[in-house]
Design a binder for this molecule. Structure first.
Ligand SMILES: *Cc1c(COP(=O)(O)O)cnc(C)c1O
Length: 372
């Protein structure tokens, strides 16, 4: 069975995790500090703090810019549900804006109409690793005095006009979940716009605790429990040296998918960005209107051919929680169309060229056998 993704861990990384286990220090310690130094080096020497998930990075980002009840935060309905859940958890109101059907990212041209006097921030998501237009995003944010949280969970290793995502901009949240391009098992980090935010970020990360010089401690904010372990950081330290090679291999696999999937078959293809995207995912939209079977059946038939597909994502505004808030079908037609038909093809650095060919042959067969 070819999975849609699988982490690539080398023997040295596995050995370094064993070293941590033998060291007697499992939680945040020297490996976390070293991991943060390496991350900062990759990200233009920006201040970076590691966290135990990408969701934690988004939650702390919202807290750092003081998003509270009564505030509105604009975001995309086509993302992992974490992107919107953190807005709800902060007590604020998510305001969805439909996606551009070509990039599948938030349509920046529609944001202006969604801004109200209560709008405080935009959470932009680089779906599948394709960067949102940073020039247009920050021009808009500056014009309307909005903060930007880049949900770059999927775009570590991607770049905007040659600048690494995370090396510029306001607040940038990365995830190192097992399925992401660089992993720590579970984990994430937050890139800060200003060194002055480090102390508050560190307090929010771990119970609000500040160590005092006399060996005691003080607490003046109710921080959470978001610190990364040294076990996880050791995995991350083993991953980072492979970042460029992983990204290049993913781009090469994406190129092969484009070369072997004939647009005439009828799948909707992703934007062919071969320089900026890190190709976190390669996603097709099924031509459901022309098919005799559902997406579920399509996925089941591909499974019989030993190929696992993913679904990323059902539109957030159609989940029960968001329907209860008043959202419903028909509001964001592009996100709904993509969300209904999207399938994620296998794509990870350990895949072979032959795997790509096998997937493409199976896709063609499964589609052509099931057209109306
Ligand atoms: C993975 C992901 C998250 C959450 O990251 P975790 O590390 O799983 O908490 C948030 N947003 C997007 C777009 C993601 O893909």
């Amino acid at each position: 069975m070819l999975p849609f993704t699988r982490p690539t861990l080398d023997a040295a990384t596995i050995e370094s995790v064993c070293d941590v286990l033998r060291s007697g220090w499992l939680t945040s310690g020297p490996k976390v500090q070293a991991f943060e130094r390496e991350l900062s080096l990759i990200l233009g020497n920006r201040p970076v703090r590691s966290l135990n998930s990408g969701t934690a990075a988004l939650e702390i980002a919202l807290d750092l810019i003081d998003i509270r009840a009564g505030d509105e935060v604009i975001t995309t309905p086509l993302s992992w549900v974490a992107t919107a859940n953190v807005i709800v958890l902060a007590g604020a109101t998510p305001v969805f804006v439909d996606v551009d059907p070509v990039t599948r990212n938030i349509d920046l041209n529609l944001i202006k109409a969604a801004i109200t006097p209560r709008t405080r921030a935009i959470i932009a998501v680089d779906l599948a690793g394709l960067p949102v237009d940073r020039d247009a995003l920050y021009a808009l944010a500056t014009a309307h005095q909005l903060r930007v949280i880049e949900d770059a969970a999927q775009s570590f290793g991607a770049n905007w006009r040659g600048k690494p995502i995370g090396s510029f901009g306001d607040l940038i949240a990365f995830s190192f979940h097992a399925n992401k391009n660089i992993t720590t098992g579970e984990g994430g980090c937050l890139v800060l716009p200003d060194m002055a935010l480090i102390p508050l970020c560190e307090k929010l990360r771990l119970q609000g605790v500040v160590r005092t010089s006399d060996g005691s401690m003080e607490v003046d904010v109710a921080g959470g429990k978001f610190n990364l372990t040294d076990i996880a950081a050791a995995i991350g330290l083993g991953q980072l040296p492979h970042l460029t090679a992983f990204t290049e291999r993913r781009r090469e696999l994406a190129r092969q998918y484009f070369a072997q999937i004939d647009p005439a078959w009828g799948f909707e293809l992703p934007l062919a960005d071969m320089t900026q995207s890190n190709w976190h995912m390669f996603q097709l939209v099924l031509p459901l209107a022309r098919m005799r079977i559902s997406r579920g059946e399509f996925i089941a038939q591909m499974r019989l051919l030993d190929i696992a597909l993913g679904v990323h994502y059902p539109p957030i505004h159609l989940f029960a929680l968001y329907r209860k808030m008043g959202f419903g079908a028909g509001q964001f037609p592009h996100a709904e169309h993509i969300g209904a038909g999207t399938i994620t093809l296998p794509l990870f650095p350990g895949m072979t060229d032959e795997d790509v060919t096998r997937v493409c042959v199976a896709l063609r067969k499964t589609l052509l056998e099931n057209l109306r």
